[in-house]
Design a protein around this ligand. Structure first.
Ligand code: 5GP
Length: 212
């Protein structure tokens, strides 16, 4: 008997610099059935980013149009830019049994809880300390000191929402945290809520008993 299942919607959130990208990249490399949800954003493209892969980079007018047309499953303003998750691709994948990982903030996670509770598993990563977080942000050399300070202030706000997540992990060891996130995904894949033809299988077993 082959049980079929819906996909898992896996949110991995963290203050920027807490290791979310590395963990997500590893997970995507290791899990064949997992793809990344590519958000739309009004943020300017950073050096090295690829349109359609890292984000769909759009003008504010396009973003507003998508939001007003209901094309976004969730959206939020983060660091003075707008971000949102296109709904169609995600829903199609979940119904087809493919798992999707999201890099979205707490506001987006709250909206997914409201709209797709049954499909969602959420993980919040914490840095081991703030000096460590700050040095990771400086080490990336992506942003100016001013932007880094703003991200640290935002980290404060993000962390207030720790209790809204299913799992909270301290990322002091990339290997261990990656393994924990893999286990969380695997457990979610086999949970009862994910299965789509269990009741048919149970009926079949019952009818086999009846015909003994
Ligand atoms: P960045 O500009 O550094 O790529 O992302 C900034 C923040 O926006 C991150 O915390 C990221 O999780 C969040 N973010 C990215 N895409 C989305 C999205 O589609 N929705 C929401 N709510 N947040 C997002």
């Amino acid at each position: 008997m082959n049980l079929t299942r819906r996909g898992v919607m896996l949110v991995i959130a963290s203050p920027s610099g807490a290791g979310k990208s590395s963990i997500t990249r590893r997970l995507l490399d290791e899990q064949d059935n997992l793809t990344m949800s590519v958000s739309v954003t009004t943020r300017p493209m950073r050096k090295g980013e690829v349109d359609g892969k890292d984000y769909h980079f759009v003008k504010t007018k396009t973003f507003d149009r998508m939001r007003d047309a209901g094309d976004l499953l969730e959206w939020a303003e983060v660091h003075s830019n707008f971000y949102g998750t296109p709904v169609a691709d995600v829903d199609q994948k979940i119904q087809a049994g493919q798992d999707v990982v999201f890099d979205i903030d707490y506001q987006g996670t709250q909206q997914l809880y409201e709209k797709r509770r049954d499909h969602l598993v959420s993980v919040f990563l914490l840095p081991p300390s703030i000096p460590e977080l700050k040095s990771r942000l400086q080490g990336r050399a992506l942003d100016s000191e001013e932007v880094i300070d703003r991200r640290l202030q935002n980290a404060r706000v993000e962390m207030e929402h720790w209790a809204e997540y299913d799992y909270v992990l301290i990322n002091d060891d990339l290997e261990k945290t990656s393994a924990d996130v893999t286990n969380i995904l695997k457990t979610a894949q086999i949970s009862r809520a994910r299965q789509t033809n269990l009741s048919g299988f149970i009926k079949e077993l019952q009818s086999q008993i009846d015909s003994l």
